[in-house]
Design a protein around this ligand. Structure first.
Ligand SMILES: NC(=O)c1ccc[n+]([C@@H]2O[C@H](COP(=O)([O-])OP(=O)(O)OC[C@H]3O[C@@H](n4cnc5c(N)ncnc54)[C@H](OP(=O)(O)O)[C@@H]3O)[C@@H](O)[C@H]2O)c1
Length: 306
């Protein structure tokens, strides 16, 4: 089912040399909110602690019937963070490791909007799993989680351009597509050949999907406690507008400006109905060697806990 090209790509992703610790420049905490010191932490492997300068913090949802959400977004200075290729963000290897591995080893599902690709057309579609074998081992033996998080795709239309036969759905794990009633009809014939893909309807119309319903289904039916959302901008704006984001992981590249045709991670036409009461959990910084961008800031915000 999986193409030869995808199989080769997957093998490359599983290469343990790629995850050698000395390839990653460690982050440094420039601020750590004392309220979160030692609290709300995910049990974190030593390797991650060294690169991330401490445990991974994740605040669960106050609504116990749904999965909690972490939103990861890479930001340019002007917020219009669309790059032709991820490396244009000048993030380098630590950014890649943070987004691809550090934020994933402890989550139960990783989700993206329809057709989110890594960048250039010739690249393979974005993987919704993680591949550091040390972290994969830790996840299974210490966190008692299955090898791969569930892959989630959100599509109102149900029209997935590249079809289902790509890595997004053959990440060796399970995948769930959340869609509308119309979307389900469009997906029906293609999904029947994939026993590990299920389809869930969370709205009547393509642009009126109930994100909380998605999170309730993920928790009650798929045992998902933590859901990492990768965007893009339409999907993340919808999650924010529907009050679903429990952790904002925003990595800022202070040097770069973006593409003004691309929207930012929050880009609702009317703005927020009211201000959010957020607080900063941590701010981390990375210094690059000359030529790789000056530095990057990693911020983690959560809705204020009263
Ligand atoms: N900087 C970052 O961290 C980051 C992260 C992600 C993406 N990006 C960039 O952002 C740009 C746009 O990405 P994108 O087009 O994938 O993102 P998007 O704006 O989230 O939209 C992608 C698709 O997701 C579905 N969707 C989005 N909003 C929805 C809603 N409110 N209700 C139901 N379905 C919804 C739609 O699928 P259907 O049409 O099938 O209904 C839509 O076509 C790209 O250049 C990408 O590289 C940047």
């Amino acid at each position: 089912m999986i193409s030869e090209k995808d199989a080769q790509y997957l093998e490359g992703e599983s290469n343990s040399e790629k995850y050698r610790e000395n390839r990653f420049i460690p982050l440094k905490n420039v601020y750590l909110n004392p309220e979160y010191r030692g609290r709300f932490t995910i049990k974190t492997p030593e390797k991650v602690k060294r690169i991330h300068d401490g445990d991974v913090v994740w605040v669960d949802s106050p609504e116990k019937d749904r999965a909690s959400v972490g939103l990861i977004y890479v930001q340019t200075l002007d917020g219009r963070a669309g790059f032709k290729a991820p490396w244009e963000a000048k993030g380098g290897l630590t950014d890649w490791y943070h987004f691809r591995e550090i934020l994933r080893f402890g989550v139960d599902a990783v989700g993206a909007a329809n057709n989110l690709r890594r960048g250039n057309k010739d690249e393979r579609p974005l993987l919704l799993s993680f591949y550091d074998s040390e972290l994969a081992q830790y996840r299974q033996s210490e966190l008692w989680k299955p090898r791969h998080p569930i892959g989630v795709i959100v599509t109102g239309s149900g029209k997935i351009k590249e079809g289902l036969d790509n890595l997004v759905f053959t990440n060796e794990g399970r995948a769930v597509i959340f869609t509308s009633e119309a979307g389900r009809e469009n997906l029906e014939s293609s999904v029947k050949d994939y026993p590990n893909i299920s389809v869930e309807v969370i709205g009547k119309e393509p642009r009126k999907l109930d994100m909380k319903q998605m999170l309730r289904i993920l928790k009650s039916k798929y045992d998902v406690e933590r859901f990492l959302a990768l965007g893009g901008p339409g999907f993340s704006t919808e999650l924010i507008m529907q009050g679903c984001v429990d952790n904002y992981f925003i990595n800022i590249s202070p040097e770069l400006s973006g593409n003004d045709k691309i929207r930012s991670f929050f880009s609702h036409q009317d703005g927020l109905p009211e201000l959010m009461d957020l607080e900063l959990v941590s701010l981390k910084m990375l210094k690059y060697p000359k030529g790789e961008g000056a530095f990057t800031l990693y911020s983690h915000y959560v809705p204020k806990i009263n």
